[in-house]
Write a protein that binds this ligand. Structure first.
Ligand code: ZN
Length: 368
């Protein structure tokens, strides 16, 4: 189906591997893998290797459940989670459209609540076993206090994520709380400013006392800066229909075109993605990578139909540009603008960034 939004382009750059939970693809960002390797090197305290492994596994699962909590509430509001990418400071859920402030508050608060729930359930279990939490012994990782450390880990995850600073969940909650008084752009600016200040002070503290903290601070800073940029993008596109930014001068291929025809178009135009049509029906989209794959696998005389993407994304011309930004976030993304099955134009991440550039320089979009 043309509406199926599962093109390979909807993947965050720099992520590896993938599993699906509750229909949501979950990927590890490569820096997360680095952290795990780093943690494995740090092995060698008074706990056994299997215990150490269990501890890391429990924390990863806790972060995952936290993210699935977000995804669950999002889906209750009808917002699909495109993917969850696991970063060293936690997961990041990428959703199909940005939530409204009220929705954002409840989506954000659910993650930390999941961690509090895990900690609460485990504490309850410990008490039922007539064991108590030995707070003083937590600094000494031992086999005997594995459960205690998992509880502490979840409490730290909850507390850390409730800090009112982007990219933490608390930053989202702060933005939602500010939304009745400030514009989305202003509210985001305040929350990302808090995030940057938190990152700078953590980085400075970490630099002197705890190097690992500098690593965390780096990701917080990056997250805050990213959200700031995304918010600027939304501010520049809100209320503008897709048709104002789409590319209307483009070439198409037909069902019977060969990879050679496609390669000639790629070389003679600046276009990278070609809609493949059959009559006036769009049957697929051939991107540059698929073209190269076809060339390498079956040569220039093979048909494009064998390599085109049939699950391309299509959007309506009157859809708000701000709503499609998440889908256009990756370099090389291309979606088709269609109305009643008819192709009207293309929207690519390249022409969208040109559009944003012109908008920030003061261009007013043409009225349509
Ligand atoms: Zn969260």
């Amino acid at each position: 189906m043309a509406e199926e939004r599962t093109t390979p382009q909807a993947v965050s750059p720099g992520s590896v591997g993938s599993i699906r939970l509750m229909g949501v693809p979950i990927r590890l960002h490569f820096t997360f893998v680095l952290l795990l390797i780093f943690l494995l090197i740090g092995l060698g305290s008074s706990q056994s290797p299997i215990n150490y492994f269990l501890f890391i596994l429990a924390i990863v699962v806790s972060v995952l459940l936290h993210e699935l909590g977000h995804a669950f509430v999002s889906s209750r509001y009808g917002i699909r989670t495109l993917e969850i990418v696991m970063f060293p400071i936690g997961g990041v859920a990428r959703t199909e459209r940005p939530p409204k402030p009220r929705e954002e508050f409840w989506i954000a608060v659910t993650g930390p609540l999941v961690n509090l729930l895990i900690a609460g359930l485990m504490l309850g279990f410990l008490y039922s076993q007539k064991k108590t939490l030995d707070v003083l012994a937590l600094g000494q990782p031992m086999d005997a206090n594995l459960a205690d450390r998992i509880i502490l880990g979840n409490l730290i995850l909850a507390g850390f994520n409730l800090l009112p600073a982007f990219p933490m969940d608390g930053g989202r909650m702060l933005r939602a709380v500010l939304s009745p008084f400030k514009s989305e752009y202003e509210a985001t600016r305040i929350a990302t400013w808090c995030g940057r200040m938190l990152a700078l002070s953590m980085g400075l503290y970490g630099f002197i006392f705890m190097p690992l903290l500098t690593f965390v601070a780096f990701f917080i800073y990056l997250g805050a800066a990213n959200e700031g940029a995304a918010s600027r993008g939304r501010n520049l596109t809100q209320g503008i229909p897709v048709r104002a930014a789409m590319m209307t001068g483009y070439h198409t291929l037909t069902h019977g075109s060969t990879i050679r025809d496609a390669a000639n178009l790629l070389l003679s135009t600046s276009q990278q993605d070609f809609p493949v049509v059959h009559g006036d029906q769009v049957v697929g989209l051939l991107g540059r990578n698929s073209l190269l794959r076809g060339m390498a696998m079956e040569g220039p005389d093979s048909y494009v139909a064998g390599f085109m993407d049939r699950g391309f994304i299509s959007i309506a011309p009157d859809q708000d540009l701000a709503e499609v930004l998440p889908q256009m976030a990756n370099a090389g993304a291309c979606v088709l603008v269609m109305e009643d099955g008819k192709l009207l134009g293309l929207l690519t991440s390249e022409n969208l960034s040109q559009f944003l550039l012109l908008r920030s320089a003061g261009l007013q979009p043409a009225q349509s």
